[in-house]
Design a protein around this ligand. Sequence first.
Ligand SMILES: [Zn+2]
Length: 380
Amino acid sequence: MYKKIKPAQLFDGYQLFEEKVLVLTERGTIVDIVDPADAGEDVEVLEGILSPGFINSHCHLELSHMKGIIEEHTGLLRFVNQIVSKRYADPEAIPAAIERAEAEMIRNGIVAVGDICNTTDTLFQKEKGHLYYHNFVEVIGFEPAQAQQHFDTYKVVYDAYCERFHPRQVSLTPHAPYSVSTPLLKLLATFPGNQLLSIHNQETEDENEWFLNSTGGFKALYERLQLKEVPVAPEGKSSIQTYSPYLPEGQQLLFIHNVFTTAADIRYALDRFPDACWCLCPNANYYITNRLPDIPMFQKEGVPLVLGTDSLASNYSLSIWEEILRIQKHYPQIPLEQMLSWATINGARALQIGERYGSFEKGKKPGVIQILNDTINRLY
Ligand SMILES: [Zn+2]
């Protein structure tokens, strides 16, 4: 026996339709999309939009206990500084907050997550199998001479995830262009398990300032850290154009944030990484720096966009729908249909799980959600 649902609008992962009926099995496997005239009896009529489950392409579940701890609009450098100094403040609060945050994502219609891990703190919750996770074990290491040491430290975390997850769900990934030394980036680039990478890219103006002019907040940070050598030597090019040549050509990767990315940067990256996806985390950008990326420019360049919540340290909730609402506020000209495709099929492809998630296509089991008056109801 099949279930048949006729919503006011049906979004199949690509397009919004009116007057369509979704046919699926009782366990949520998609059978077909048909016209009401061909649907037969027992069609359930629903208000709102029916959509495949959302993909949260960028999150840090392990920072969930930091909700509300860091004030808004501090700028990235002060923000990162506070993450480092305050993240271990209350270790007992960490597991409970992780459990609550995952439950929040489930309520908000999220079915799969690209999650950044510096530790194994989230393993206990992920093992329960409530959501699909791609675990990006994220490497940070400033001092070039200690690259191998930094690599080995995070490789231990990587191995722990690989014990519980299929290796294709685990990557050893660089944090950001300014926090991973060049020899460490080279070690990551040649690591055989990395069929998918992510990197925080051009989140702050200081990043390009360092790479272009050897000045700005990162120069001051490196001096404060009393490094023997700077992590990455500036070459008079933007950050993305400086580090990209160190990563393998054709690498599948997610560029995260992209607030200060230019059209020239996009074209440069597209040439080297034709399959790269560009992840927008607008609420986190608003929280940290009160500035959003030039999203219409990304659309003009025709590159795939995806959406992420970042962590609760820099967001009010873990909700992809709230990210869409934030974009709508700043760029009301962007059609909802496009943003929904970023939240579904594009996210699924970015996390390499398009064969199951992201769209209503025969045989897939992508989760089914109803969007009604800015609330999300999970149906499957
Ligand atoms: Zn992040």
